[in-house]
Ligand binder design. Structure first.
Ligand SMILES: [Zn+2]
Length: 375
């Protein structure tokens, strides 16, 4: 049986490329993970997600525990079988979403008691329950249960929250148990304070994890503040383990994070914006609702290999988005996920060939050009 392991294959500056090996398949890094919140990447079949080049997707513990329920998914053979995705799955711990979505939260040392935003039923999430749910789902990469303080927060509040998360990280490690082929990732907290980030990293390294996430970013602090933390935070984590930046991001966020030593990312942006008529291309964001596309026979992105660009015009995409036809969401989600994976493949090749600086310069130059001129 394949063990969970990480082969760091090349570096260019602080950027890294490698492969995470799991029993369910390899994950090429830097990796972008599409988000399959409720056991589906919305508007996509699993085969289509794989066809875009995704090696792994993310599932949300908070959503799945409430509906359809982790015990039910386990009875039905686990999340991979339930949603027909046989590649690796990473699940979050539920900690972030319980703080952002649930009603009537009560936070204690034990965990978080809350009411479901779906039906008002009462639930408890703790490090132990989060580990149990992620095991029932059959997740390949399990995240520690942590707390992300609501912003704005004082440094004292961030410190207190971080130390609680480190105690929960130890409880997560203890509850995870011995599960060959599966990985548990610790999550660094500490907000935008370097000393707190260092304290958190030391606490996590003392416990020991198969991978490490930089948590508590992409929560509204802005790109400059996020990059400010990424200028030092990833280097505090073990170099021989994957580093995951949670909830990022826009294409330029991804490029900047990879430049700073991040190996894995996830974001709802490409799929969500595909359902609101937005296309992401090498030349930036394109709003297909815009009337300028109504008579445009050209593809959304010249040279793109996705079905939306190979088979359809901007005029068609504009029409189906305006008419709120389901195929509009399907084609734009596919295109956006395809574009993200092309970007990741480009980053991996550039790092492997020691030409990341040129790749990044070209990335920014093409975006600065903006969308193609109207006809
Ligand atoms: Zn396309």
């Amino acid at each position: 049986m394949t063990k969970f392991s990480f082969d760091l294959q090349a570096t260019d500056g602080r950027a890294r490329t490698g492969v995470i090996h799991t029993p369910r398949g390899d994950i090429r890094t830097p990796a972008f993970m599409p988000v399959g919140t409720a056991a589906t990447v919305k508007a996509m079949l699993p085969d289509s997600v794989a066809a875009t080049g995704a090696d792994i997707l993310l599932g949300n513990t908070y959503h799945l525990m409430l509906r359809p329920g982790a015990e039910r998914v386990a009875r039905l053979g686990g999340l991979h079988r339930f949603m027909n995705w046989d590649k690796p799955i990473l699940t979050d711990s539920g900690g972030f979403q319980v703080m952002s979505l649930a009603d009537l939260r009560k936070l204690t040392e034990e965990g978080v008691r809350f009411k479901s935003h779906i039906d008002g039923s009462t639930h408890m999430l703790s490090p132990e329950r989060s580990m149990e749910i992620q095991r029932l789902l059959g997740s390949d990469i399990v995240m520690c249960f942590d707390e992300c303080p609501a912003l704005p927060a004082t440094e004292a509040e961030v410190a207190k929250s971080m130390r609680l998360s480190m105690r929960w990280a130890q409880r997560s490690r203890d509850a995870f148990g011995d599960r060959p082929g599966h990985a548990l990732f610790g999550i660094q907290q500490g907000g935008v304070t370097q000393e707190l980030r260092a304290e958190s990293a030391e606490a996590l390294k003392a416990i020991g994890f198969e991978g490490y996430a930089v948590g508590g970013l992409a929560v509204g602090e802005g790109q400059e503040a996020m990059f400010g933390v990424l200028d030092y935070a990833p280097d505090m984590l073990p170099a021989d383990k994957p580093r995951y930046l949670m909830g990022v991001g826009k294409p330029d966020d991804i490029v900047g994070a990879v430049e700073r030593g991040i190996d894995m990312m996830d974001c709802v942006l490409p799929s969500r914006s595909g359902r609101t008529g937005q296309g992401w291309t090498a030349r930036g964001q394109v709003n297909l609702k815009n009337a300028r596309h109504a008579d445009d026979p050209r593809p959304l992105e010249e040279g793109c290999g996705c079905p939306g660009c190979r088979n359809y015009s901007r005029a068609y995409l504009h029409h189906v988005v305006k008419a709120q036809e389901i195929i509009g969401s399907m084609l734009l989600t596919w295109h956006n996920l395809h574009y993200y994976q092309v970007l990741m493949a480009g980053l991996r090749a550039a790092i492997a060939e020691q030409r990341l600086a040129g790749f990044v310069a070209d990335f920014h130059a093409r975006r600065a050009e903006g969308d193609i001129e109207p006809l």
